[in-house]
Write a protein that binds this ligand. Sequence first.
Ligand SMILES: N[C@@H](CCC(=O)N[C@@H](CSC=O)C(=O)NCC(=O)O)C(=O)O
Length: 277
Amino acid sequence: MEMISQNKSFDGWHKQYRHRSEVLNCEMRFAIYLPPQAVQGQDVPVLYWLSGLTCSDENFMQKAGAQRVAADLGIAIVAADTSPRGDGVANADQYDLGQGAGFYVNATQQPWSKHYRMYDYIVSELPALIEATFPVTSKRAISGHSMGGHGALTIALKNPAMFSSVSAFSPISNPVNCPWGQQAFTAYLGKDRELWKQHDASELMKSAEVRIPALVDQGEADNFLVEQLKPEALQAAAEASDYPLRLRLHAGYDHSYYFIASFIEEHLRFHAEYLGA
Ligand SMILES: N[C@@H](CCC(=O)N[C@@H](CSC=O)C(=O)NCC(=O)O)C(=O)O
């Protein structure tokens, strides 16, 4: 693993690393924010952040403004990339499939299955690397935006013992019923829609047996809201299964990082409560 940048921030450090991923079969990059408590030798809990379509490890770290509160609370933040990358990695012409659009699933279909195993990368390889390398505890939370909100919710719902809480901004809440999800799941998982449901937050929430606290924020002026995001499906699933979901709608906010920056402090404080930070 090689460090490729570091910047001091709120008495902690933002660092970017390059590493070889055995799961994804390519070189990957991630970013970590280590709060001052970690710099001073204390082991701290970790929030994993999953970004949306077209993003890398950089969007959240540069735009969300999370470092001040993470420093205050003593939480490390790991921002993953959104897909495998490189010249030898399959890609597509559009922004919502292929590199930058891994959808946090393990692809079973050609030509994607050789590299696109983002589910295993986020659930296994990346946390193992982080916990072996940095001064962190095994207390974890997970959050994300849009495609990354879908990733955070589905990964937490499928692995509730791994995370103490989950949150999302503007998640793709019901991918089996929206164009982004249908396109990605057809390409990565094939045509069997029953298999898609294993990666659909609304479907998973209906039948969740172990329930970790969930917070979702959604802007009402989001131009993807009606066609792609469908938070009403998640709300209905939570009501049907009595899931502890807090879904908040915010007038005037759109899909951008201006929205995320407005509410990230509340998400960090929500996670801190369950992380014991
Ligand atoms: N370029 C596309 C829209 C891409 C986009 O809006 N990406 C969002 C995530 S959308 C869902 O996963 C994003 O976070 N962009 C990066 C940023 O820094 O804002 C288009 O033209 O429609």
